[in-house]
Design a protein around this ligand. Structure first.
Ligand code: X8Z
Ligand code: ZN
Length: 616
């Protein structure tokens, strides 16, 4: 899960330097004997250190996973205290090893050990300062923030108290702006008390990052991508610039349709879209408002939520069906312990963290998911997403501990989504959910549904860490937290708060990953990568039709290629992993644009016909 030491490994400047040096091996003959000896002793000491740290962290990780699993399955003051105590131990150990790793940075090592050493130094998400009191303080804040989110509820005037998934259902289903507004505003009440905790957390973790030699936490977070931090930021800008014209067309179309549905008062024709009207608590995926904006003549005429209900799908059957996709590709079935130890249904008798997650308790076979599954299309996709994590974890289980991770964090998030892109009408027919496959005239409807989830997500996937990185590096001051959040929401997504907000609010805290300290850029990357993977796997499967109609279900050649990449874990820089499936070492949003090309044309026609003024 989201433990500091389990965050993706990476290879920053240090490793490029080390690799550069090792390319000069032949010059070693000219080095004096005593210098060579020192070098040898140094590298032996470094390797001994790496082995020791790796073994120690591997053991600690299992203990920590158990404490964290219990805490998020049963939130009480006691489990919070146990989780904080464990967090304290894990952080102090990881910080100690990260500090020591920096001392060996000058040592010439083979590529594997150089990569491990770099990972030890820079894989932390929330490094604590070396001072034990500050470390303890940070650990307790981390636990408290997680608890505040997990326990969050909003109670309506009639006494009904709803948890996060229940409020999300309301946001997806209701078309009554007053109800939507109340749920939207009510959920954000849970975040107000997080503000001082978050502010202190940032202060402490920044100090920890500085202790490790980084300018601030932003630099540390951005150094986990096998390239210089600023080059990574530039890479994100490049990808977003590719996608933005498509997003603008979608935004323009959706805003126009919402205006027709709700009228000028609630949904104005121009400017940013009020954030409570997009079918999702955070306006991050808009697929649930598909019915309100669907094209009249190109609607495929089915709805996965209804198909699941009509076919008697309960939570377990939804997971079994998703597992079936992976096994059809040649992956082994999930172990019995997955079925007995996972949490699929929200317990009625206690507080749990409902936000979906996938776990690897023992770094071998004890893989599980934890979700409050809702029986709808959205969660059917999320189940595939979570199982993508589990199948990745199992595929890299034979790697050494430090490499038991994805190539970069975007890869971990992309695998299940790649599989879910294959949930096409053809697939639904194969598994008996759909009687017949709609003809090509319905493609616009299918593409629009997909774009409402995938394209709409992209600016959201980007803006969260744009906000956090600026918070970490001091550009955004604590007294500007909320205003800066909405400025970025407007800049990237073209959405606005439906009612006035102030610095008494802390709206970022109402999104799980902020109190949960999960870096978010991974999801933006995943939304690009999954389209690259899907296209490449469809090619391998020999599918020659339009890529949005391709399903790799049952294709073992595609499965074998996917597995080849998954097995690598984090053992090599991510461009190498990308190359295995796609034959390229570059992330490229062209795959997204190609997938949605017919939709882009259609959206632009609609917007022109309706004489819409696009932009905000
Ligand atoms: O948090 C998740 C997964 C768990 S890693 C359910 N996702 C992001 C979110 O919900 O905000 C998947 C898509 C984006
Ligand atoms: Zn995920």
């Amino acid at each position: 899960m989201n433990f500091p030491l389990k965050q993706p490994s990476q290879i920053a400047l240090i490793v490029s330097l080390a690799l550069g040096l090792s390319a000069c091996n032949d010059t070693q003959a000219t080095v004096s004997t005593s210098a060579a000896k020192v070098e040898k002793i140094d590298s032996a000491a470094a390797i001994e250190f790496i082995n020791q740290a790796e073994a120690d962290l591997a053991n600690l990780n299992i203990e920590a996973n158990r404490a964290e699993w219990i805490y998020s399955n049963f939130i009480t003051d006691d489990t919070a205290a146990l989780s904080a105590a464990m967090g304290e131990k894990v952080t102090s150990t990881s910080v100690r090893y990260a500090t020591e790793a920096a001392k060996y940075a000058h040592v010439e090592l083979d590529a594997v050990n150089a990569r491990k050493l770099n990972s030890l130094r820079s894989s932390l998400v929330l490094p604590a300062p070396l001072d034990p009191a500050k470390n303890a303080e940070l650990a307790s804040i981390v636990s408290e923030l997680n608890g505040l989110y997990g326990k969050g509820k909003y109670c309506f005037a009639d006494g009904r108290c709803l948890t996060q998934p229940e409020l999300s259902n309301l946001m997806a289903e209701s078309k009554d702006p007053a109800v939507l507004l109340e749920a939207w505003q009510g959920w954000r009440e849970i975040a107000k008390p997080m503000r001082p905790l978050f502010e202190r957390e940032v202060e402490l973790a920044n100090e920890g990052a500085k202790d490790l030699g980084y300018a601030d936490l932003s630099e540390l977070w951005r150094s986990q991508y096998d390239m210089e931090p600023d080059a990574f930021s530039a890479e994100l800008d490049r990808l977003w610039a590719q996608i933005k014209p498509l997003y603008d067309s979608l935004h323009c179309y959706v805003r126009g349709e919402l205006n027709e549905q709700y009228g000028d008062e609630v949904a104005p024709k121009t400017g940013p879209i009020p954030a409570h009207l997009l079918g999702n608590m955070w306006a991050q995926q808009w697929g649930t408002i598909y019915n309100s904006v669907a094209p009249e003549d190109a609607d495929p005429g089915y709805n996965v939520t209804e198909l699941l209900a009509q076919n008697g799908y309960d939570e377990i059957k939804m997971v079994k069906q998703a597992e079936g996709f992976f096994t059809s590709l040649g992956f082994g079935a999930l172990p019995d312990s997955f079925w007995t130890r996972s949490m699929f249904v929200q317990p009625q008798d206690r507080d749990v963290v409902c936000h979906a997650s996938a776990w690897d308790l023992d770094n071998l076979d004890d893989i599980r998911i934890k979700m409050c599954i809702q029986k709808n299309a959205e969660d059917f996709t999320v189940i595939h997403h979570e199982l993508g994590h589990n199948f990745y974890q199992r595929a890299y289980k034979n790697q050494p501990f430090i490499f038991k991770n994805s190539a970069n964090d975007g890869f971990h998030e992309a695998i299940g989504d790649t599989i879910a892109l294959s949930i096409t009408p053809k697939y639904l027919q194969k598994i008996g959910l759909l009687d017949s496959v709609p003809d090509a005239s319905k493609d616009i409807g299918l593409l629009l549904k997909q774009a409402l989830d995938k394209v709409a997500f992209m600016p959201f996937g980007l803006m969260i860490d744009q906000w956090r990185w600026q918070v970490f590096n001091g550009t955004i001051k604590p007294e500007q937290y909320n205003q800066a959040w909405w400025d970025l929401r407007e800049k990237y997504q073209g959405v606005k708060a439906p009612i006035a907000r102030s610095e008494a609010d802390f709206d970022p805290g109402a999104k799980y990953h902020v109190p949960g300290n999960v870096p978010y850029t991974r999801y933006f990357l995943a939304h690009v990568l999954q389209f690259q993977f899907h296209k490449a796997l469809c090619d391998i499967a020999g599918d020659t039709g339009p890529v949005h109609r391709c399903s790799i279900y049952g294709n073992e050649a595609a499965g074998a290629k996917l597995n080849e990449m998954l097995e690598m874990g984090a053992s090599q820089p991510w461009p190498e992993a990308l190359n295995v499936i796609t034959g390229t070492k570059q992330m490229d949003a062209k795959a997204v644009l190609d997938y949605f090309a017919p939709l882009q044309v259609w959206l632009d026609e609609q917007n022109t016909e309706a004489n819409r003024q696009c932009g905000w």
